[in-house]
Design a protein around this ligand. Structure first.
Ligand code: KG4
Ligand code: ZN
Length: 343
């Protein structure tokens, strides 16, 4: 089959990203401009600010990716753009720019589901055959999927309330740590004792792969407030121990639910059983290690893409575009921006 070279564009949350990827798995260029500084004062992503920043920065991000790739737009096989799910203002600014580029250059347009982008990332970095099991855990999502094909995902279960990334972000706020919460809670937890606080493992006794993380954050809040009212404030060690206890609880829940997802997946008798992780939370080393152990116990290969491909980026969108094209995607279909778009 012919080698495809695709431009990817990602603007569905607070990262403005562009990348050029080849179907032989070479990432020719990939840049991600995060907006953390813009939203810092508000304690969370402000949709209007995000949309405006995407519109301001995307042109340049695309030009820089093309320049670094050594390709002119007109020589590419396709433009792949995140068409949802996500903050609609941001998604729209990406889709509008992509449509303009496509119309001006004649290069066909592929609308990509952001979640499919995450879920297919392990095939960009590894030789991984369908069907594989994937845990998609990010700031907005958490689900176990069996990837049967580029456009065929079977959902085994997911969070019934907060996503784990959201729980990390809220816990960071409770502990006075900077956003995004995942990396800062992880760094703090490295200095803490995960056994000092006995945090709940929600839904562990319930069968299936559904998860819950909002109670965990409430438990952190309760312990924090107890310490504050007893001692007047948190010490450095209190903060580290709370972070470590929280992170251990999230890792335990994901690992136990992964065990169940694995047994459902093995019913499909895959030839080369594998579990992959994707999404920002998959950057967490404690969570990776816990899943790695569960995978080894089940006789599965564990596939964890490099950290910068786990968090939002455009290389995964370009790659999902390549997968869609190989899968017979019809580029004459109009691309529509959607705030909600389940896999
Ligand atoms: O996939 P992503 O970049 O964006 C979407 O939500 O789609 O994921 C971002 C989320 C944030 O909630 C962030 O706190 C979390 O992933 N995250 C982490 C880590 N790095 C990022 N959570 C735990 N540990 C980390 N090291
Ligand atoms: Zn994401």
């Amino acid at each position: 089959t012919r080698t495809l070279t695709v431009l990817g564009i990602e603007t569905s949350c607070d990262d403005t990203a562009a990348a050029v990827v080849r179907s032989d798995r070479t990432i020719l260029a990939s840049n991600v401009a995060d907006q953390t500084a813009l939203h810092a004062a508000f304690g969370g992503v402000v949709p209007e600010i995000a949309a405006r920043a995407h519109t301001e920065k995307l042109d340049h991000a695309v030009e820089a990716a093309l320049a670094a790739s050594g390709h002119a737009l007109k020589d590419l096989d396709a433009i792949a753009v995140t068409a949802g799910p996500g903050l609609i203002g941001g998604v729209l600014s990406g889709v509008m720019l992509a449509k303009g580029l496509s119309a001006a250059s004649g290069v066909p347009l592929v609308g990509v589901n952001h979640l499919a982008g995450h879920a297919l990332t392990p095939r960009l970095t590894d030789d991984l055959a369908f069907p594989y099991l994937v845990l998609l855990a990010s700031g907005g999502h958490c689900q176990f999927l069996i990837a049967h094909g580029a456009d065929r995902f079977e959902r085994l279960g997911g969070t019934i309330d907060d996503a784990p990334g959201e729980a990390f972000d809220k816990t960071a706020r409770l502990l006075g740590l900077p956003q995004p919460g995942g990396p800062s809670v992880e760094a703090e937890a490295a200095k803490g004792d995960p056994a000092r606080f006995d945090f709940p493992r929600p839904l562990l006794n319930r069968p299936g792969c559904d998860m819950s993380f909002s109670g965990l954050k409430t438990a952190v809040l309760r312990e924090r407030d107890k310490i504050v009212s007893d001692k007047g404030g948190l010490t450095r060690q209190d903060r580290s121990d709370l972070a470590a206890g929280f992170q251990a609880a999230v890792a335990d829940v994901l690992a136990e639910k992964a065990r169940r997802a694995i047994s459902a997946y093995l019913d499909h008798a895959p030839e080369a059983p594998a579990i992959a992780v994707a999404g920002g939370v998959a950057a967490n080393r404690t969570i990776r290690a816990a899943l790695d152990r569960v995978a080894a116990d089940g006789g599965l290969r564990f596939v964890a893409p490099p950290l910068q491909l786990c968090t939002d980026n455009a290389a995964m969108i370009a790659w999902a575009g390549i997968e869609a094209l190989r899968d017979g995607y019809d580029t004459s279909e109009p691309v529509v921006a959607r705030p909600r778009w389940p896999l």
